[in-house]
Design a protein around this ligand. Structure first.
Ligand code: PEP
Length: 251
């Protein structure tokens, strides 16, 4: 099971170090078989990367550019992430798609270059509220998967984790019903099979969108879901460890 913390644009350096100190000291509470991933803002990656050796977590980044280097003011490259000890990179998060205007094509360029780096993508997909109300969830998920993964190396697809995050559930306190997450995960898996016959069943799919200690087990106990991507409830060590424990206790 993978439980990933997406801190978005939150925390100072001091708050980051405090969180990691407590998280590392409580690592013993996390059972084997649960992979915690922490994705802080870029400025804290190096220091957080050094703490990986002490604690039971892997470092993730929230985004990256597709080029190795060059005239791309304000961007961070995959080689810089590797250098900081990053293992996972979130790509296609709904805030990148809908606030920063990233298209399926832009996300696809980023996915493609991962063949050259030791970074596993956490590839995010999910429908907006309007798309859901129009009964287009399946169609949107298929498009995002087909276009986002077009011509992506099989090695990348095999190390990829997918996060199903309905846009209307992110940061709203209104999580999806587990049944909806199950159905979405099934659609994603059958679309992945178009890339390689058993890719769908082999891929880890996380649910994201207002996950907290009280509702995580409803998702992680589904055979179709292998963990969660968590925003707001990952910002405090107590809350993040609490939801990891709730997931592990539910089995
Ligand atoms: C997210 O940032 O990916 C997310 C799911 O946020 P939240 O848990 O706050 O809804």
């Amino acid at each position: 099971m993978i439980i990933a913390a997406n801190w978005k644009m939150h925390k100072t350096r001091e708050e980051t170090l405090e969180f990691l100190k407590e998280f590392v000291s409580r690592s013993g509470e996390i059972r084997e078989g649960i992979q915690a991933v922490i994705c802080p803002p870029f400025t804290f990656l190096y220091e957080a990367g050094e703490k990986q050796a002490e604690g039971n977590f892997r470092l993730g980044a929230q985004n990256m550019h597709w080029e190795k280097e060059g005239a791309f003011t304000g961007e961070v490259s995959p080689i810089m992430l590797e250098d900081a000890g990053v293992r996972y990179v979130v790509l296609g998060h709904s805030e990148r798609r809908h606030v920063m205007g990233e298209t399926d094509q832009v996300i696809n360029r980023k996915m493609k270059v991962l063949a050259d780096y030791n970074l596993a993508p956490i590839f995010c997909v999910g429908e907006t509220e309007q798309e859901r109300d129009e009964g287009r969830t399946g169609e949107v998920l298929k498009r995002q998967v087909r276009q986002g993964l077009q011509e992506v190396d099989l090695n990348v697809l095999q190390k990829m984790v997918i996060a199903y995050e309905p846009v209307w559930a992110i940061g709203t306190g209104r999580a999806a019903y587990p049944e909806d997450a199950r159905e979405a995960a099934e659609t994603i898996r059958r679309t992945l099979d178009e890339f390689d016959s058993d890719l769908g069943d082999k891929t880890n799919i996380l649910y994201g969108g207002s996950v907290k200690e009280g509702n995580i087990a409803g998702f992680t106990t589904l055979p179709q879901i292998q963990g969660a991507l968590v925003g707001g409830a990952s910002l405090k060590p107590d809350s993040f460890i609490g939801l990891i424990k709730a997931a592990q206790e539910a089995g």
